[in-house]
Design a protein around this ligand. Sequence first.
Ligand code: ATP
Length: 310
Amino acid sequence: MTDAAVADRVHVRAPGKINLFFEVGDVQDDGYHDVASAYQAVSLYEDMWATPADDFTIRVSGTVDVSGVPADDRNLALRAARMLAQRAGYEGGVHLEIVKHVPVAGGMGGGSADAAAALVACDLLWGTDLGMQELQRLAARLGADVPFALMGGTAIGTGRGDQLSQALAKGRFDWVLLTSEDEGLSTPEVYSHLDRMRADRAPDIAPPRRTPAVEPGVLQALRAGDAAALSVRVRNDLQPAALSLRPALREALELGERSGALAGLVSGSGPTLAFLAEGPEAALELQVTLAAAGYPALHVHGPVAGARAL
Ligand code: ATP
């Protein structure tokens, strides 16, 4: 294949995610954990503009603190672009312009969304036309959350979270997100903290089951579009570890739960907190209450589509 791009500029949007159920199994020999996750893509997006270039370059800005985001080959989006070029035999490059809205190291899969956006953007820009199945295969090589950022909607992930199947969800679910102004939490650090807590048999830690699985009640509540039923099923095994590493989150979690949220949980490895609301009005009220208490919050909804060109 040559280096002739078929478009001048491509704009792609990719969503952040919430894990509304996250069970973590035992650590495997390769150091990874088997997990069972119910993902929902929510209306907080990363924007990416891709333009043809001779080399591979990236510029990152955003409405969130992007100081922790590398603007070189360590950036997952740039790695995604290079991987796609190699797979397709494309000899040119790309300049990626990312405007981030998903908090960095916030447990909402922002880096994974950027990688998914880069796959979709470069595939269109270069006319490589690999098809969704092949893009999914590349996504899985980039990271456990990248396939879901491509797929979007609501999905169940097993294995490392990357063996995905779409889940039926009726209507929309309203979420209020409390993003942390402090530094993010490192996902590997949260996992190893959980392993230590389990080894020490901390009192609020359940022992891992052999094969993690999403509870059927979660799927029923999603199918029925029943936020109240879902609220008693949400769960995140990483939550005790995230709260132990960042104790200040407890207060915010309790405030949200006291202020009308149906449920509150740490999103992924945190420190973002996600509160499930009964509907749009309840979410707005909760957002106002949290803001008045000094916690700026965002109202989002899910499910929304995965990485797509606009
Ligand atoms: P997850 O929930 O998938 O574990 P996260 O949302 O907690 O991820 P990210 O924002 O995806 O965390 O990024 C985690 C780290 O990855 C960052 O601290 C940063 O060093 C690195 N990184 C690499 N590429 C990116 C990117 N495009 N955007 C953000 N971080 C990136």
